[in-house]
Ligand binder design. Structure first.
Ligand code: ZN
Length: 498
């Protein structure tokens, strides 16, 4: 069979897999947003079955042989070769795992996530602990089926961010520790920014209207997306044409939902701006976590927390909350959006202390997988590290080890990409500034100009290139964490007059 005939056969098989993924993705979004909990057990069984069926398709010897055969063909286009290359790399994650173990793991992940939710509400780690320990055990067991050149935690790090290893992350986090820990300590000693107005009462109904204003401003296409409400905000790309976001409205916190929305819209924008000829291929789904997070955090922090972003929006904010913001002007609003103080909850953390929350999780994960930690005591170790790096200690498990969903689903190796993404974003912004002035674009109400830059240099490619390749293509040099550290140092030294 000639290569293009083979390719056609491959596309047909991928189409069937994408149908499964769409159904599973839609069901998962439904479960996270509006599905009633009484349906959990019934749904879990059916979802586990479908996961198993998809797994069978992905590991079908005929399909694997087809992909392998394509990987040997020289007469494919560059794009086709790349798609096959990444797919083959990713197949290694599951192709040697026995189906029963895979299905058992999928079921455990669902049960574990649902138990985590209940345990968090009850602020009771003891409910979740057996699931976490089992998830850790299963994650380690799955590593035994990997045929990677890497070992242990390095395999997981590479899964979420191709090319990243413990060695590279250690270098990154050492720089954070050296430069940011003292900076946080210096900021703590300075006079606090007055952000009391942030914690007045902001009715959810009004906050929903503000969300719409922000989404309009960012040109989020509602015909290709939707906003839902969840405990933990997230985004979900079912396809380029259906890229959804969620948020959570806290009536005693104005900023929380604002920055969740901007963040998740950053993710959604990435998905929506992928080139059409890539959007229905494997390279739609394989964008690395670090790259994705770079785009969400770029919008949230590097754009959303600047004065420019709010120049054209602040009147709307005031109109929606006239009483609460009676004595607040644009400058005061932006200063409050950048106030930094050590806190316990990662998702609510400011830009400066944020990487320390990630450092803590990175150190714990590393220790879980090299066996240097007693997993029975993870909750205590969590609290100890918060005290060490941020000077705060959780009063209960919900503010401590129970706060994040990731470990319940077995996503070990994911957290470090959050800090890395912030680092990537600093370098992207530096490169963007050579072509346009983002603050000026926003002041002129021309947010699409920024989106265009991102599409041209980053988004259009989806996962066609590795993060390292995109970095060089977009910025002219390999990733350099100094851009990030310098950005934080400059910004916070100025803000707090250090
Ligand atoms: Zn994100």
């Amino acid at each position: 069979m000639n290569s293009q005939e083979l390719w056609k056969k491959y596309e047909e098989k991928m189409f069937i897999q994408s149908a499964y993924r769409l159904v599973l993705g839609t069901t998962s979004f439904d479960a996270e947003t509006i599905a009633p909990h009484k349906g959990d057990a019934y749904r879990n069984e059916r979802v586990a079955y479908l996961e198993g069926e998809l797994f069978s398709l992905q590991t079908d010897p005929e399909f694997l042989a087809l992909v392998e055969e394509l990987s040997r063909r020289d007469d494919l286009s560059f794009q086709q070769k790349r798609i096959i290359k990444w797919q083959l790399t990713d197949m290694e994650r599951f192709r040697y795992v026995p189906k029963d173990i895979f299905v058992e793991y999928a079921r455990l992940s669902m049960e574990s996530s649902q138990t985590w939710k209940k345990a968090k509400e009850a602020k009771d780690y003891s409910m979740f602990k057996p699931y976490l320990l089992k998830t850790i055990e299963m994650s380690k067991k799955l590593l035994e089926y990997r045929h990677s050149d890497l070992k242990g935690y390095d395999i997981l790090l590479d899964d979420f961010e191709p090319g990243m290893t413990i060695e590279k992350y250690d270098a990154f986090f050492d720089l954070i520790k050296k430069e940011i820990v003292p900076l946080v300590a210096a900021v703590v000693k300075k006079e606090k920014i007055d952000d009391r107005f942030v914690y007045l009462n902001y009715p959810a109904e009004q906050q929903r209207k503000l969300t719409e204003k922000i989404l309009d401003y960012m040109h989020y296409d509602r015909d290709a997306g939707v906003v839902a409400e969840t405990e933990h905000p997230f985004s979900d790309a079912l396809s380029k044409y259906d890229s959804r976001v969620t948020t959570h409205y806290y009536e005693n916190n104005l900023m929380s939902s604002i920055f969740s929305i901007i963040h998740e819209t950053g993710h959604a924008t990435y998905n929506a701006q992928i080139r059409d000829d890539i959007a229905e291929t494997y390279c739609f789904d394989n964008i690395s976590s670090g790259m994705h997070e770079s785009q969400s955090r770029l919008m949230e922090n590097y754009l959303g927390r600047t004065r420019g972003f709010w120049v054209n929006l602040f009147d709307d904010v005031k109109e929606l909350f006239p009483k609460q913001l009676e004595n607040v002007d644009l400058e005061g609003f932006v200063r409050a959006a950048n106030a930094s103080f050590p806190s316990l909850i990662r998702t609510e953390a400011d830009e400066l202390t944020y990487p320390l929350h990630i450092l803590i999780r990175y150190e714990l994960e590393k220790a879980i997988f090299d066996g240097s930690v007693d997993v029975e005591k993870l909750d205590q170790l969590w609290a100890d590290k918060y005290e060490e790096y941020l000077g705060v200690r959780p009063a209960n498990d919900a503010e401590g080890i129970l706060q994040d969903v990731h470990w319940s689903g077995g996503s070990f190796g994911y957290f470090p990409t959050y800090a890395l993404g912030s680092g990537y974003a600093a370098q992207f912004m530096h490169a963007m500034a050579e072509d346009l002035d983002p603050e000026k674009c926003m002041e002129d109400n021309e947010f699409p100009k920024i989106k265009d830059w991102l599409r041209e240099h980053i988004h259009q490619y989806g996962g066609l290139y590795s993060p390292a390749e995109i970095m060089v293509m977009a910025t002219g040099e390999p990733f350099d964490p100094h851009y990030y550290v310098e950005y934080l140092k400059n910004k916070y030294s100025k803000l707090y007059e250090l």
